[in-house]
Design a protein around this ligand. Sequence first.
Ligand SMILES: CC(C)(COP(=O)(O)OP(=O)(O)OC[C@H]1O[C@@H](n2cnc3c(N)ncnc32)[C@H](O)[C@@H]1OP(=O)(O)O)[C@@H](O)C(=O)NCCC(=O)NCCS
Length: 195
Amino acid sequence: MKGGRYGRLFYYICNMQHFLPNGKKLVIRAPEVSDAQACLDCFLQLTQETDFLLYTHEEAKRFDLAAEEAFIRSYKDHPDNLFLIAEADGVVVGTLSLNQARFQKQKHMALLGIAVLHKYWNMGIGRRLLTAAIRWVEEHPHITTIHFEVLATNERAIQLYRNFNFIEHGRIPQGLQQTNGSWVDLVVMSKRIKY
Ligand SMILES: CC(C)(COP(=O)(O)OP(=O)(O)OC[C@H]1O[C@@H](n2cnc3c(N)ncnc32)[C@H](O)[C@@H]1OP(=O)(O)O)[C@@H](O)C(=O)NCCC(=O)NCCS
């Protein structure tokens, strides 16, 4: 079966095709190592466009092609982590990652990261990436729960998570300091996908 260590579901989510409101074809799939340059270009643009991510653009610039290739390979070699790209007409416009917690006692927890290029916001790409990730967790043998922290000012992301019934558990006051010196609270959110 295609999909190797990831099994049937991984093969399925590697082949999800949609259409955007502007008529462009959208594919949600796991990247190949040969997608590294496109993924890196997307990552660098994302960190320039938004300060809702943990990475600054300066930190992102430390990644080169070899590092991005190694990054993609690490997901291909690790069946408990997931990395997906959203491709609109062949261009990588968004990414999603789920990383299993490193401790045995938290092996049911996966940390979410998600981002879409600004030009493509509000087209349902975040929703489709998250849907694919939830389906992957539904089938995963150990992971039951997705968790993350989101900037309290990130209304669009919080709306996306509310749409999927993620629960807000509280805030970490001044959990993040932007490069301009301003402080932002972090909202702790999670969702148990299966029991
Ligand atoms: C958060 C992000 C991934 C969402 O991706 P997206 O493709 O725009 O998401 P969708 O189009 O699927 O959904 C966005 C939702 O936010 C809503 N929305 C848009 N602008 C909004 C605003 N100002 N306030 C509240 N909700 C808003 C949309 O209406 C939509 O909800 P709906 O489906 O109920 O109408 C994207 O905005 C992004 O990459 N932001 C920068 C990086 C980031 O913040 N990552 C998350 C870190 S935790």
